[in-house]
Design a protein. Structure first.
Length: 134
C-alpha cells in the first residue's frame, strides 16, 4: 500500500515544489475578478487521484461565479475530457442560474459511450437534454 501511494504522490512532487515556492497567492475569487485562463490538467493515470479535486474546484468555481451575480462579467468554463471528472453535480446549478450570472460552459468528451460508462445512461441522457435546452 505504501509503495502504491508513494508512486502516486511522487508524481505530484514537482507541482508541490512549485506551489511551495510560489511568490503570489491564487484564489478562485480573484480569478473570477480578472480576465485570465485557468487550466486544470492531469494525465489519465492521475484521474483517480485528481478527478475529485478537479470536480470540487469546478463546483466551487461555478458557485462563486453564480454568487457574484454580475450579468456582464462573463466567465466561460470548458470541461475538456469531462469523463475524467468525478461527477458533474455543478452542471445542474450552472444550467439553472449560470447564464444570468454571466457564466457559460462547454462540456467536451470524445464520445457519448465514454460518458455512459462513467456516469450511466440516465445521467448522460439528462446532460444531453440539458445541453439541448441551451
Amino acid at each position: 500500500i505504501v509503495s502504491t501511494c508513494s508512486a502516486t504522490i511522487n508524481k505530484l512532487s514537482v507541482a508541490a515544489a512549485l506551489w511551495q515556492r510560489a511568490t503570489t497567492r491564487f484564489s478562485l475569487t480573484d480569478f473570477l475578478a480578472r480576465r485570465e485562463v485557468l487550466h486544470f490538467a492531469f494525465t489519465p493515470d492521475m484521474a483517480a487521484v485528481l478527478g475529485g479535486v478537479a470536480n470540487a474546484l469546478m463546483a466551487t468555481l461555478v458557485q462563486l461565479a453564480i454568487d457574484r451575480d454580475e450579468e456582464f462579467n462573463h466567465t466561460y468554463l470548458i470541461a475538456d475530457e469531462s469523463k475524467y471528472l468525478a461527477d458533474m453535480t455543478w452542471l445542474d446549478e450552472m444550467a439553472a442560474r449560470g447564464r444570468g450570472a454571466g457564466l457559460g460552459a462547454a462540456v467536451i468528451a470524445q464520445a457519448v459511450p465514454g460518458l455512459v460508462a462513467k456516469w450511466g445512461e440516465a445521467k448522460v441522457n439528462e446532460l444531453l437534454e440539458l445541453l439541448a435546452c441551451w
